[in-house]
Write a protein that binds this ligand. Sequence first.
Ligand SMILES: Cn1cncc1C[C@H](NC(=O)CCN)C(=O)O
Ligand SMILES: [Zn+2]
Ligand SMILES: [Zn+2]
Length: 482
Amino acid sequence: SPSSPPARLLEKVIQYIDLHQDEFVQTLKEWVAVESDSIQPVPRLRQELFRMMALAADKLRRLGASVDSVDGGSQQLPNGQTLPIPPIILAELGNDPKKPTVCFYGHLDVQPARREDGWLTDPYTLTEVDGKLYGRGATDNKGPVLAWINAVSAFRAMEEDLPVNIKFIIEGMEEAGSVALEELVRREKDRFFSSVDYVVISDNLWISRRKPALTCGTRGNSYFTVEVKCRDQDFHSGTFGGILNEPMADLIALLGSLVDSSGHILIPGIYDHVAPLTEEEKKMYKAIDLDPEEYRNSSQVKKFLFDTKEEILMHLWRYPSLSIHGIEGAFEEPGAKTVIPGRVIGKFSIRLVPHMNMSVVETQVKQHLEYIFSKRNSSNQMVVSMALGLHPWIANIKDNQYLAAKRAIKTVFGTEPDMIRDGSTIPIANIFQDVIQKSVMMLPLGAVDDGEHAQNEKINRWNYIEGSKLFAAFFLEMAKLH
Ligand SMILES: Cn1cncc1C[C@H](NC(=O)CCN)C(=O)O
Ligand SMILES: [Zn+2]
Ligand SMILES: [Zn+2]
């Protein structure tokens, strides 16, 4: 009932969050000011990452949590250099055996950003314009991590008992492939994670600008390299052009054989195991709040491959897609150099969906490329490898935490969430699900136009503050269900 103790408590918490929202924005500003870029492997930025993790550890300690900053070891770079990996934070607040334990995963490293890339404001100075908080990491993922902390801090500040036991696992290498994280999770399976009942990740976006969402699945990814080599050195096209099988010509033919202009993947058998579409699923796409024209316009794209909402969502979420990413060794600088690259590496990946089989996909890709290559009768060497194999993730939406999150969304936003999937991959979700065998939920806070990884990344003040309330409401709903 609306006047039950948890409801009154939630009202107080919500009021507290509203009253302190400028402080919460100020903390986000301090965190965004740290250039915690994990992608560019340079010592100065690694220092920034260490500073970021120390700042977070300090914040959690002041919240009353016990904090363990686990040494991440070091990262071996392809050039032989080594760089230190920032510590992974394991923290906990409360261990009442009568309460459920909810563990929040987040990351505090960010994608690179430079003002010259086309930012309208300094990427590392959180700047508010019309209720939008612009800054690198604002939505991916510093804002959501702080929203969880804000929710906890509201209970603490009012000296209210926390409804759930809280744990944190916060890393600083997500954008670089979560180096060292899987090993830590395996190592801590029977220690830190033994008391964890639920894992919450808030590292993706809604499909709408205003309507909240719950994420029930993500695609996986199989990432391939195809190397074509004549010799290790480049050639001059004046002295060798005309008498060689050129590696670039082979590679372009290979890459050109992968997908047609309607987006259909041409690798034989690749669609064989894709889950058949059900009527129930079709209904799910209909219910989602997405205006395809608005989405297309705001993406500044003239035409998508598909026009209807349902087709767009299905091709982002439940069908595989193949993307060509780049060519190492290709001559890509401006100017008219007359080079024949001697060795080139093409890179492409296939987003995987249920129930595709990783090793079957690997074999199909290799056989297809070998067939195309053999037809060319080229004297070059071709080597295909699968560099990454990340499985799709499917939530168990019957879990209590999905019910609690739905109720919390209804309370804070006054609406049912869009039940969405995500076209990209959060590899750690499967590791939590498979290795520690705990229920995983993705509860995003950011709006569809937040621009993760892009110029002018932002989080709306509204999303950040209502998101903090949502997490607080979620704690109370979890406690009620326990
Ligand atoms: C590194 N990598 C290679 N294959 C897949 C990935 C993960 C990457 N993850 C994200 O972008 C998180 C989005 N919130 C992606 O899906 O591309
Ligand atoms: Zn992220
Ligand atoms: Zn990211």
